[in-house]
Design a protein around this ligand. Structure first.
Ligand SMILES: [Zn+2]
Length: 249
């Protein structure tokens, strides 16, 4: 019998039958996997805490016919304080949705897992604007998944300065002379360009150590949305919900 011992972060939980759950977990050893947790919804189940969204745990599973079956789970961190605020909760759920979208089965990435955990910690701590935290997560996680825009050289001519446009389709910045390559390219300010560059170039330690102006955050958010939509071909329901929420308050 194949046994899997791994750390992992619960991205999603789905109720099955009377008292079971199937959870989607981004694991250190195997990337994204589904795990069946029998009886996890029974009031006295030993699986309750470790099978909720955001739970970061040590899992022991054995391989069934089509799915992993949960045998033991020990919680390392629940990120419970994310649930105290509708924004941090929604941003957290969105981060898990994004990870589920870019995470691949049998393609583990310790870097992506660590980035995701740091993002949840940052959201839970509340030192930085959660919108900025999530923008950082988007650009960095996309980059770790192979979508890294060129931000130091014009994608048209290779020039290393005077960028005016950001072309999502061409995959990076354009100078004035090359702007004809993509009529749909967005104008980009130096502040936003520098921010993206900083995010792509920073390691985990310095990644969440900066602030930006409201105008940069706004421009960055607009670009992020387009960038994700273009490369993932997906609209995230939770992000639409957050945007709606923001118009109400
Ligand atoms: Zn150029």
């Amino acid at each position: 019998m194949q046994v899997l011992k791994t750390k992992g972060l619960v991205l999603r939980e789905v109720e099955v039958g009377e008292s079971d759950k199937i959870i989607t977990v981004f694991t250190e050893e195997k990337g994204k996997i589904s795990i069946s947790a029998k009886g996890a919804r029974k009031p006295r189940s030993r699986f309750i805490a470790g099978t909720q969204v955001f739970a970061y745990c040590d899992f022991i599973c054995y391989k069934g016919k089509n799915i992993w079956n949960l045998s033991q789970v020990e919680v390392i961190e629940t990120f419970h304080s994310l649930r105290n605020d509708i924004y941090t909760l929604s941003y957290g759920i969105y981060a898990m949705e994004l990870l589920e979208t870019i995470g691949v089965e049998n393609s583990p990435s310790k870097q992506l897992l660590q980035l995701s955990l740091h993002t949840l910690w940052q959201l839970a701590k509340g030192d930085l604007d959660p919108t900025l935290v999530i923008r950082i997560y988007e650009w960095k996680s996309m980059s770790l998944s192979g979508f890294t825009p060129a931000v130091t050289q014009c994608v048209g001519c290779g020039k290393e300065e005077h960028f005016i446009y950001f072309s999502i389709g061409e995959g990076g910045v354009l100078c004035k002379e090359c702007s004809h390559l993509d009529p749909a390219a967005d104008k980009i300010s130096n502040g936003t360009l520098y921010t993206i560059h900083y995010i792509l170039a920073s390691d985990l330690k310095s990644l969440f150590q900066f602030q930006v102006s409201d105008s940069v955050l706004k421009e960055l958010s607009k670009l992020s949305k387009k960038f994700l939509h273009y490369y993932l071909d997906k609209t995230f329901k939770t992000m639409s919900f957050i945007e709606e929420l923001k118009t109400l308050y």
